[in-house]
Write a protein that binds this ligand. Sequence first.
Ligand SMILES: *Cc1c(COP(=O)(O)O)cnc(C)c1O
Length: 380
Amino acid sequence: MTAGGIADEVVAPTGRGWMRSADPPASFTMWRYRELLPVPDGPIRYPLPIGGTPLLPAPALRRAWGLPQLWIKDETRNPTASNKDRATALVIEGGLRRGVDTITTASTGNAAVATAFGAAAAGMRAAIFVSTDCRPEKLALMTQAGARVFRVRAGYAAAVDLSRAAAAAFGWLDRNTGANPVTLEAKKTVAFEVWEQLGRRVPDVLVAPVGDGPTLVALDKGFAELESHGLVTRRPRLIGVQAQPCQPLVRAWRGEPVGPADLDPAATVADGIAVMRPAIGDAVLDAVRRGGGAMVAVTDEALRGAVATLAATAGVGAEPAGAAALAGLAAAVELRRVGREETVVLLVTGREVTAGGPADPARVAVVETLDEVERAMAGG
Ligand SMILES: *Cc1c(COP(=O)(O)O)cnc(C)c1O
């Protein structure tokens, strides 16, 4: 077993051979763990390769930080360059089995892009709800993949409400984080992959950005499942990272009261994690406390620095939210939450992708009601 590779023996904690020794490395995808995922038997229909992302040793970064056991889990290698692809794939796989033809989500950006491209690959329609301040570059990607995009003036929370109402009214797949537990099931596979790639070891510390919360909570769930199968005897400390202008969970973790006036999602470069009311924030705090971890906030300057450092010392391209784990590591080292000899994994969650042109205005509409949504979708 080489570090970064895949364990080759067969284990069958569920008695059904969920790690197949015959899997060549090229087939190392999220579906390797399908016995632990809510997918019925039968061939996987989702066409894009998901997961199986590399765990990189990053030697120059190790030297620069004096952390010889530092690893980067590079989730930017997913088809739309973020960890959102895992949840999208599992939700769509379930929909394909049931013959559902449309998927919806609200998103600050990356989940929407993953949904638009995943739906395109699977031959489904996508109805995406965003706030009117969603970045134009992300809108362009969504319409490029043929999605219908609905902009909601009242903001992200209202976009979530409308997306969920549309799913309920029209029988669409609901990919909304917090609403659909399948998103956690998919993202827990990151924990399984890290454990296998470290040679079936649990890292001491795992650092991850936190927006709505599923990424971090799913890591905890993944390690908990490995524990319940008797494969590991401990959990890593989880360190959650938020951007200073919008850090509701860091404030809650410190026990500080926080009101909407203290949070400004538009004031940070880390749009992917700038969420005022995290969908599963309490679960994030539980997971962080359980493992003896921490929540830390980082400045935009630190986020930009982390983007540059990842590129220059590890050859990994990331957007600011995607690089937050590295910025958070600096804060955690300062707080003496990370020891020099510990095995530390940074989850790099996303990279900027561009469509190479503007959004198709015919596929974008500002809406307030379900009727407007229904009419737009009927228009093709
Ligand atoms: C969504 C996202 C996150 C945070 O994910 P949550 O699961 O919502 O906490 C982190 N980084 C990037 C790049 C993202 O798109």
